[in-house]
Design a protein around this ligand. Structure first.
Ligand code: 5GP
Ligand code: ZN
Length: 153
């Protein structure tokens, strides 16, 4: 995320070629489920499970890495409100919070967004197939490299 210390209300960046910007603006219809000053939510057109919703910043940021840190609090508020409301509506016992960053990870719409996917016990959806870890030495070298990069500016 890029740093942004301003707290004043500013116009949200808009991309006329972006389908999610156009949905937020009302140019393209959606089943709206949530809205506050910073975030917007609607039903995913192709749900992974019933009640699958998308939560996105009103501003056009192609990926989460482009978003200002200042919207972090609003993001957590939106996740909590929409997560609870969606679980209650769908009689779900949990949800998966999924965020695809860049094409290699499955991102298809380049306006950052979070998937909230309601889950019920025994629904058979398995989003998390795991592999064996590559061994202690390789784990340590990966951890050291990520740590060095993540704490530097
Ligand atoms: P991504 O693959 O980028 O993480 O997720 C994009 C999501 O947006 C997909 O799950 C897809 O079904 C949804 N989507 C794409 N176009 C539209 C649309 O026009 N309306 C709605 N409601 N969802 C859309
Ligand atoms: Zn956009």
């Amino acid at each position: 995320m890029s740093a942004d210390s301003s707290s004043a209300a500013v116009a949200h960046p808009f991309d006329p070629g972006c389908i999610f910007c156009r949905i937020i603006k009302g140019e393209i219809p959606c089943f709206r489920v949530y809205e506050d000053d910073e975030f917007f939510g609607f039903l995913d057109i192709s749900p992974v499970t019933p009640g699958h919703v998308l939560l996105l910043p009103k501003g056009h940021y192609p990926s989460v890495l482009d978003m200002p840190e200042s919207v972090g609090t609003a993001l957590l508020r939106g996740i909590a409100r929409l997560g609870n409301a969606t679980m209650q509506t769908m009689n779900a016992q949990g949800f998966n919070l999924l965020q695809n960053t860049h094409e290699a990870a499955g991102q298809t719409v380049f306006h950052a967004h979070w998937h909230i996917i309601p889950r019920v016990h025994g629904d058979g959806f398995t989003p998390w197939p795991q592999q064996e870890n590559p061994g202690k030495e390789r784990m340590q070298s990966i951890a050291d490299a990520i740590h060095a990069l993540s704490v530097s500016d």
